[in-house]
Design a protein around this ligand. Sequence first.
Ligand code: NAD
Ligand code: IPM
Ligand code: MN
Length: 359
Amino acid sequence: MKKHIVLLPGDGIGPEILASSVAILKTIAKKFNHQFTFEEHLIGGAAIDAVNNPLPQETLDAAKKADAILLGAVGGPKWDHNPSELRPERGLLAIRKALDLYANLRPVKGFEKLLHASPLKEDIIKGSDLLIVRELTGGLYFGRPSERRNDGQDVVDTLAYSKAEIERIVKKGFESAQLRRKKLTSVDKANVLESSKLWREVVEEQSQFYPDVEVEHLLVDAAAMHLITHPSHFDVIVTENMFGDILSDEASVLTGSLGMLPSASLAESGVGLYEPAHGSAPDIAGQNIANPIAMILSSAMMLRYSFDLNAEAELIEKAVEACINQGFHTADLQVKNGTKVSTTEMTDAMINFIATAKS
Ligand code: NAD
Ligand code: IPM
Ligand code: MN
């Protein structure tokens, strides 16, 4: 199979973890006789520094033509005081919007061997395996109908959703639940927000088309508590943009580190973008100590969702598990009796597993 992949390394640890993913994809291509070609483009702070634009047109044009996109991470203290339109994060929001990547799937599944690496009790997180379906192109992040404003005295952020925007993500939530344990938790703030009231109505309306899926509604504050007191209660969580952002970082605690959480950002049709749930981790950038697993598992999601290469995706997932079972871990994971390795050592161990696996 021939596939053209656009790489957007971005900032901080972005380039380091993306290099790990590319090395692994090259090993997969060789083993399974695929032709993957890679084309790198600027986004975020790196793009601001080079061309004064967090999402250059050239990047967007290349992304639109790609078979899939892999993105590292954007942002860092260097750009934190830039005007809003010249912040790295604006580049990320702009590419999500331009490609209509409305559905962000964030699977949260711990590894048996890492149960003790979470600050939560092992018997609480044991058996937890959930998927957060986060709306990604609407809500507070996109400030409609009036643009975000800040004149130093009065500030405005607006939270708007159309019924159609809610419907498509809610459907994605139901469809995802049908492929899993058939339980959907819709998270909102319907006791306060108009947008959440409509959200809840849409979930109720859509539920008739998915009679095999059990549905519940949770308010976001209570959901945040249940997520770490009864995580195995959840199968699929569907929620709006900002709630999903916050809950997914919280849920990463179940896995032992934010560096473990992959994601897929998908459109109704068209190119998909695959990105870890975490950020550019400026505190550890450039030291070859970042955990590459979230990025590597994101590339496995790319193989599965964009290319339908299931055996290849599974082999990457097995390589990750095998390394963890051998006790290999990067510095972010508090592992007992393990071997602390660098980003590249972890990557090399996975490459070795893939290259030598019987196919
Ligand atoms: P962050 O996710 O970058 O880091 C939070 C903590 O987790 C840090 O201690 C970091 O070292 C650690 N961490 C994250 N990923 C890790 C990994 N792979 N391996 C080891 N440790 C890891 O969040 P932050 O510090 O709040 O934000 C830093 C910058 O990243 C900000 O500019 C923010 O806007 C940006 N950001 C970007 C994205 C993205 O590009 N998708 C996501 C979140 C934050
Ligand atoms: C994420 C990040 C982004 C978001 C930021 C950097 C805009 O936190 O991908 O989770 O909030 O969507
Ligand atoms: Mn986030």
